[in-house]
Design a protein around this ligand. Structure first.
Ligand SMILES: [Zn+2]
Length: 278
């Protein structure tokens, strides 16, 4: 019997990848997951999500959003800014859409008016490539302000890499914005090796680990976690809570089980993330 509410043994202090939405949108997203046959184990709304995280010892969570179509980023960002003001444990990551009239202006308002902390883009859901020239102004702003960008750019779970999900898009973006603080979600799966190589050239590039190592599920492509160890100082813990089909604690503890993670647990489970936002 899985205890879904179990507190992880891992000392998770900052979770760099959670999702919060207005209640109506949460409901719509859950329906979508149900249709594709995913059993979400934590079908909760914002207040319950935050209460659970606090109960598990999580002190800070990065709330990620996305604008799945043009014209909605501003509203999503305003909502998130309001929530962030009320919830001291939250850091808020805003969205932009390349088809908006002026994405850089949306980003500037997100930082200066809505008080948000960073940008989140989801290349697959938003049907964009991070090297799209229409996003140049956004990334120039983020680089100049040294604000982090969480980029879900990996090609998993697709068997073939779509052009907009190839690591080359991130490589090109970093060529243009070499100082950008970028956090690649889900270890950039399935192109993790190439992303790890990129960290050698870009000191502000990090990889976040959610949805890549959890018990009971065979990886769709074989992966040797030992290749991560030399890059341990670029890894951040994130969970993708609450949209999980497995236990939060099991996922965190699967990382905690690695000796090389334990050696620097304080940084992996929070300290490094705090440094990025300070
Ligand atoms: Zn996510």
């Amino acid at each position: 019997m899985i205890d879904w509410q179990r507190r992880p043994e891992a000392p998770v202090r900052v979770d760099c990848h959670i999702h919060l939405f207005p209640d109506k949108l949460f409901a719509a997203i859950r329906q979508w997951f149900e249709r594709v046959g995913w059993e979400i184990r934590y079908p909760y709304r914002t207040q319950e999500v935050l209460a659970l995280l606090k109960g598990w010892g999580v002190e800070c969570a990065w709330a990620l959003t996305y604008a799945h179509r043009p014209g909605i980023a501003e509203g999503v960002n305003a909502w998130l800014g309001e929530l962030r003001r009320r919830e001291p444990m939250l850091r808020g990551f805003f969205s932009v859409h390349p088809e908006d009239d002026n994405p850089a202006a949306v980003a500037e308002r997100a930082l200066d008016l809505h008080g948000l902390d960073g940008l989140k883009l989801h290349a697959e859901v938003q049907q964009l490539a991070v090297d799209d020239a229409r996003l140049d102004g956004v990334f120039d702003l983020m680089e100049e302000r040294r604000k982090p960008c969480v980029l879900h750019t990996g090609d998993a779970p697709y068997p073939e890499t779509k052009p907009n999900l190839d690591v080359s898009c991130v490589r090109e973006r970093l060529r243009r914005n070499p100082e950008l603080v970028a956090v690649i979600a889900h270890l950039g799966a399935f192109q993790t090796e190439q992303y790890l190589e990129l960290t050698r050239d870009y000191p502000n590039l990090y990889l976040e680990v959610s949805f890549t190592n959890y018990p009971g599920v065979e990886p769709r492509k074989p992966f040797d976690y030992a290749i991560l160890e030399p890059f341990a100082d670029r890894l951040l813990f994130g969970s993708d809570f609450p949209n999980l089909t497995f236990s939060y604690a099991d996922q965190a503890d699967a990382w905690w089980a690695f000796e090389w993670v334990r050696r620097d647990a304080e940084a992996f489970f929070g300290g490094r993330a705090k440094g990025i936002l300070s």
